[in-house]
Design a binder for this molecule. Structure first.
Ligand code: S3P
Length: 486
């Protein structure tokens, strides 16, 4: 099929990738010529610029693309008020329908068109008469798609790597459970992972499903359910209550949106609820932690753990065990977890899945450590090679880099066959020298403390780690009192 995607934002770009991968001819459309140019250099599908609020611009687009089988209007609505909604959505749909009279239209709307505040479950037959002007304009654009035989996808709150207001607000201390008489546990949250939103659009178009479809995950979850589970995962206290935000652009609502209709047509979400996503999506937690790190106004929460990094043989496991004993902490070794979960040894994982397969498992284990406290975490020497691990490591605790001379590392690792990276063609000492050259800048950028261990006993190194960690956490006042009493 020949598909026109209006809007290559958070969902549109993913949808365009999916249509292309499924063998369709894709034209992606962005608002500005400069973003069209940028995207075109990255994508295997065609990218064009068009201002859908202008009839002439849409006519010019039609001349470039020729007729198409279907168009999807999924331009972002994150900015702008009612005037913008009128221009982009209502006028935009009118222009597209005029220029592409043969195409099957799909309009991506929002579950905010359901104004219910009583906590009821709503489906596509429920009243959708929004109180806000913006909501009425979404409905007007929906009607244009429906009266022309097309479909409307009502998308819940979209989140994914780099975008999750829920987690970002929590980490930055801006969360609250918005209660009132009808919502004693706060609003019901309705969310959808961007990949699932994109897969729903592909499904609707390729199955030509006309009519209205809610696109939302499987979870029924109040703000309280969610935040009381999410906060401890990031070592934060559960947020308190606050009054409903009367200024939400699309209105304050309290309802559970059902996805039963879309599911009954054969679509299933890959990310059925937010907590499954935190484990499954390799980038969600990490990317939101990175946003907090990048925000000069906010302080990254640091869990009360000690994270040991450094090359193979630097003593992470042995020193780590002593530190754990000194502080009465638990001890976790990421390599052991990886091997346990794989049901085989690390050399076997390398042999079967290559280093890249091992790294995928290593990152997954790191995500599983979210929520730990009072634990010493010994990591594999290469954990710092994946940038997405950095924000997680930083959040997970006080990071110590154990350093040792490469000849000492070579001696320590010589008798052990568990390190596949030292069993290749290259002599171990050469390999270790190369690894430290590559990795030293990464260890350095992450470490809160570095200890040169050559001249120290394991106990002395452990003592250095323990005392420095005490000072670190004592300085971070909010965590100081809890640190010494696990
Ligand atoms: C590796 C270090 C190993 C293990 C794997 C890869 C590395 O852990 O994760 O063999 O890339 O440096 P140790 O540092 O505990 O030996």
């Amino acid at each position: 099929m020949k598909i026109l995607l209006i809007g290559c934002g958070f969902v549109g770009e993913r949808a365009a990738d999916l249509f292309h991968a499924a063998g369709h001819q894709v034209f992606g459309v962005t608002h500005s010529p400069s973003s069209a140019e940028r995207l075109a250099s990255l994508k295997p599908w065609s990218v064009l610029a068009c201002d859908v609020s202008s009839a002439a611009s849409v006519q010019a687009l039609r001349e470039q693309t020729g007729p198409v089988d279907a168009f999807i209007h999924c331009a972002s609505s994150s900015k702008g008020g009612a005037e913008m909604y009128q221009a982009v959505y209502v006028d935009g749909m009118t222009h597209l329908l005029g220029a592409y009279p043969q195409a099957w239209p799909l309009y991506t709307s929002s579950t905010s068109v359901y104004p219910q505040v009583d906590g009821s479950t709503v489906d596509e037959t429920s009243p959708a008469q929004p109180d806000k002007e913006t909501g009425r304009l979404l409905r007007a654009a929906e009607e244009l798609a429906l009266t022309n035989g097309g479909a409307v996808a009502r998308l819940a709150g979209i989140y994914g790597p780099g975008r999750s207001f829920l987690l970002k607000n929590l980490l930055e201390g801006n969360s609250g459970i918005e209660t009132n008489e009808g919502a004693p546990d706060g609003r019901l949250l309705n969310q959808i992972h961007a990949d699932d939103a994109a897969s729903a659009l592909l499904h609707l178009v390729t199955s030509k499903l006309s009519g209205i479809y809610n696109v939302v995950d499987d979870a029924r979850m109040t703000q309280r359910d969610c935040l009381e589970k999410l906060a401890p995962l990031f070592n934060l206290p559960a947020p308190g209550i606050k009054p409903p935000d009367a200024n939400r652009k699309r209105g304050w609502t309290h309802k559970h949106v059902s996805n039963a209709k879309l599911r009954s047509t054969g679509w299933t979400p890959s990310f059925p609820d937010y907590f499954t996503t935190l484990e499954k999506d390799p980038l969600l937690a990490s990317s939101i932690l990175q946003l907090v790190i990048d925000n000069p106004e906010s302080d990254l929460p640091r869990a009360q753990n000690i994270v040991l990094i450094g090359l193979m043989g630097s003593g992470k496991s042995t020193v780590g065990r002593i530190v754990a004993q000194m502080l009465n902490f638990q001890f976790v070794d990421t390599d052991h977890r990886i091997a346990d979960q794989a049901g085989c040894s690390i050399p076997e994982i390398f042999a079967r899945e290559g280093e890249s397969g091992f790294r995928v498992r290593e990152s997954a284990v790191l995500r599983q450590l979210l929520g730990l406290k009072h634990t010493v975490i010994a990591t594999g020497g290469g954990i710092i090679t994946r940038p997405e691990n950095h924000p997680l490591l930083k959040h997970l605790g006080f990071i110590t880099w154990l350093e040792a001379d490469t000849s000492l590392l070579a001696r320590r690792t010589a008798s052990n066959n568990e390190r596949p990276l030292l069993r290749g063609e290259e002599p171990p000492l050469e390999k270790l020298k190369r690894l430290i050259q590559e990795r030293a800048p990464l260890y350095k950028s992450l470490a809160d403390l570095r200890i040169q261990t050559d001249e120290l006993s394991q106990e002395e190194s452990a003592y250095g780690v323990t005392e420095s960690a005490r000072i670190f956490f004592a300085r971070r006042q909010q965590t100081a009192s809890e640190f010494t009493a696990p």
